[in-house]
Design a protein around this ligand. Structure first.
Ligand SMILES: [Zn+2]
Length: 199
């Protein structure tokens, strides 16, 4: 009698696209699913269950799996290395300079730029005083995210709150701003973890 290997790599077509997973037969009562530290999908199947049930389980849970893999990827976005004050000023002024031409034709005056270590905001617009504040932590995020925040604050000179007018304007000036905002959120988590020493 040939003993069947307890591990098997399987490829399943799911509503989310093809997924590869490792199937292990174990003395367990129920089917277990987990995502390994390297992002591998692992299923343990009770010894008596047909293999097909492992595949069905993956198909059924594919939405959850794909979400979990995506969240994992986002958590792994690491900030760029720390930069000097001068470099930080150069990078953030660069962002403002790149996006200002988008709002210049709309009558926005070139604002003064202040840099601050902000705790809970990436930026601020002081439209009555004609300046914007950018979080120095932005210097450690990719350029397209710095540009997004700089533009967001510039648009506040036109629309002071986050009403529909604000978003319509953002859509028109930077159609992919939502993706950038999403990416920025993951950097926020990484920077915060770093400050508090939690990994
Ligand atoms: Zn805002």
């Amino acid at each position: 009698m040939v003993r069947q290997s307890p591990f098997q790599l399987r490829l399943v077509d799911t509503p989310q696209g093809p997924l590869t997973y490792t199937l292990t037969r174990k003395r367990v009562k129920n089917i277990n699913l987990r995502i390994g530290s390297g992002g591998e999908i692992k299923v343990s199947l009770p010894i008596r269950c047909p293999i097909q049930q492992g595949d069905d389980f993956i198909r059924e849970k594919s939405g959850w799996i794909v979400d979990a893999l995506r969240r994992r990827e986002e958590r792994q976005m690491e900030p760029l290395p720390p930069v000097s004050r001068e470099e930080c000023a150069r990078l953030l002024a660069g962002a403002l300079g790149r996006v200002y031409p988008l709002v210049e034709p709309l009558g926005v005056a070139f604002p003064a730029l202040k840099l601050r270590k902000l705790k809970s905001q990436w930026g601020n617009c002081h439209w009555t005083q004609g300046y914007i504040t950018l979080n120095t932590a932005l210097a450690r995020c990719p350029a397209e995210l710095r540009d997004y925040v700089a533009l967001h604050e510039l648009v506040h000179f036109l629309h002071h709150d986050h009403g529909p007018g604000f978003y319509t304007r953002m859509d028109a000036l930077m159609p992919d701003w939502r993706q950038r905002r999403k990416a920025l959120k993951s950097y926020g988590g990484a920077l915060e973890r770093e400050q508090t020493g939690k990994v």
